[in-house]
Design a binder for this molecule. Structure first.
Ligand SMILES: C[S@@+](CC[C@H](N)C(=O)[O-])C[C@H]1O[C@@H](n2cnc3c(N)ncnc32)[C@H](O)[C@@H]1O
Length: 263
């Protein structure tokens, strides 16, 4: 699949629900309730922050509100549509809240970062690199643009977790049908026509997204071996939680690897 058709997919399907910032943020932090706490723990006074695959910009806006005045936060995404929505969300939030640091949203490709070597002190990427054809290339790019001793926080799909295995099984069924019928993503094309709100992110993961990778812990250590320090934890919840207070995100059945790195 070409870069162009991947870009088209993500522009037609910006990640997350439709709506204003508060609605999109509510859905996001209902699904991943531990993220606001993660953001609180990010060091606030670095100079240069980069987010890769910012989608509709909800995390970028939430993080940059917490940073010190001198910091710069750049958030990139493949999808033109997502970048446009992220900019609108920022304008909406600026009406009611003061921002010491405003995130700067721009189009960009995780596999070929348009930045000089050793530019950033901190890099964040949540749920993105496993949707690219070459995650290792993205990781090498992160390593290149991160300063020596800089930090990165990356979330990637964990092989063997319930959500990931269901999505893989559904993708297998679709692939088999595609082979027989000589179609491209047959189930996705049929169901997508209906555009029902029940077809949310999980529907896209099962049938829509062009690339879907997942990794064992051993594979994670191998892919990130050029970093000086690696800390990997299983994170996330396969089902929405009713009581979201005090959730750290750490969960041995979680569907993400939370990967904290020092270069
Ligand atoms: C599952 S969404 C995650 C968005 C956001 N990080 C979040 O957690 O809500 C994946 C995002 O990665 C972006 N993406 C996919 N491939 C990319 C690439 N090669 N470079 C930059 N962004 C990419 C998509 O456009 C999409 O916005």
């Amino acid at each position: 699949m070409s870069n162009k058709s991947q870009e088209d997919f993500w522009s037609e399907n910006p990640c997350g629900r439709d709506g204003d910032f508060d609605l999109v943020a509510k859905q996001r932090y209902d699904m991943e309730p531990y993220l606001p706490r993660e953001f609180e723990n990010i060091k606030k006074d670095y100079n240069d922050y980069l987010e890769i695959g910012c989608g509709q910009g909800v995390d970028a806006i939430s993080i940059s509100k917490l940073l010190s005045k001198k910091s710069k936060y750049i958030a990139i995404d493949f999808s033109k549509e997502s970048i446009e929505i992220a900019k609108k969300h920022l304008i909406q939030k600026k009406i009611s809240e003061n921002f010491a640091v405003e995130p700067y949203f721009q189009e960009g490709d995780a596999q070929a970062l348009n930045f000089e070597n050793e530019k950033f002190d901190f890099i964040y990427s949540m749920g993105v690199l496993h949707h690219t054809p070459d995650p290792q290339k993205c990781i090498d790019e992160i390593h290149r643009v991160l300063k020596t001793n800089g930090e990165a926080l990356i979330f990637l799909y964990k092989k063997g977790s319930l959500k990931v295995e269901i999505a893989k099984f559904m993708r297998f069924i679709q692939k088999s049908l595609d082979k027989i019928l000589k179609k491209d993503r047959f189930i996705y094309q049929i169901l997508n026509k209906k555009k029902s709100p029940i077809f949310g992110t999980m529907f896209l993961e099962c049938f829509g997204v062009p690339w879907f990778e997942n990794f064992t812990e051993k594979e994670i250590y191998r892919m990130f071996r050029n970093f000086k320090k690696i800390d990997v934890k299983a994170y996330g919840y396969n089902f929405p939680k009713i009581n979201k207070k005090n959730l750290t995100g750490e969960n041995k059945f979680g569907y993400f690897h939370r990967i904290h790195l020092i270069k």
